[in-house]
Design a binder for this molecule. Sequence first.
Ligand SMILES: [Zn+2]
Length: 422
Amino acid sequence: MNFPSITTVIGFMSLVGIAQVASAETVRYINGHWFIGEKFEKRDVAVLDGKIVAGRDAVKTVDLRGGYVIPGLAEAHNHNFQNCYLAPQMAQAYLKQGILYSAQLFATDPAGAECAPLFNSGSAPSTAFARIGITSSTGHPIGIARAGAKEAGMDMSFDQLVDGMLIADSVSDLQRKWPHFKTTKTDFVKVILIDEENGLANAKRPELDGFNGVTREVLEALVPLARTAGLRVVAHVDTAADFKLAVQAGVDTIAHLPGYRIAKNRTVKDYQLTEDVVKAAAANAVTVIPTMAASVYHATARPNDASAIAGLYMHNLRLLRKHKVKLLTGSDRFEGSVLDELNALAGTGLFQPVELLEMSTSATAKWMFPQRRVGCLEQGCEASFNVYENDPVKDLARLAKPVLVMKQGAIVARNGKLVKPE
Ligand SMILES: [Zn+2]
């Protein structure tokens, strides 16, 4: 729908006046249904200086005309802002859809720092970065970087390809390089585990060059180093054994669910989590980003595996839910977002829509920015929210089309169009 109703109370000029700039005057939002975790509640909410306040003395009133309000959506696993060239365009697409938080989970390219002004402005989602990324000299994502360089016709040396990454083939490599990396301003440390059980043999297979990860010893040495530096560790995992190793080593977050692909020399069983490991993950408060949307890459390339992949997700997600492991929503889809992940998770039929809403707003935003009052709509929370014409719980597809998007007290998009800064 068009959203002229808010202008009926405050007038168009007033609306323009609050666009992209957090109002220094209290604005009261009336007649909205506000998401309070399990349901919507009809209430009026006031915003001042980018925050939700008690707000008795509102200068302006905005009529939400019965609209539904949720905290901004959050994408927990992506890489599409890591490329400074594409980031502004991608950031705009996210804002239009009310995706107000994003985590970029291997942002080690030194050139990425050029984008800092974008992420410090109101023109991009609040973005958390893994600016420390650790892999082996034959590890992921070097293979992707190499393929990208080749496609672009660039002849890059190994050192150029891994510029900014922490390459550790041994504990001594890690210990030697860590002092240089540990002071990096980062939200997470990302570490790569891919079929660690066979890692040493895989490292010698030319076809896997660029697609392996670190050893158990490197991971086990890394976690205490990161903890001492006050940094959280996010692990990329591939097999069920990798997941188990990550839990045992004490990582904070696991950034994939085994089963998003089935490697050529592997079977379904190698990706099935077991109950004891999932219980340990719950006991250690490990958070998991299933990235179910990313499984489409493998399922499309090898359609014969599609049903096995779907079965693996059902098996693993059921166990995680049974033991109440905290799940976060991230797609790891270059051209996609949290909306793709919500679609994939909803398709399993395992989740209640309100559960997915809570996961993709509150839980994921709080994981990204534990020091901030985000992903909430109470007094004191950042005023970052989306308004929908109709109840999104009744149809999650509605989430893609907010009629109004507010970020830290400033309107950034309306009816799918960005609101230009003043
Ligand atoms: Zn990723």
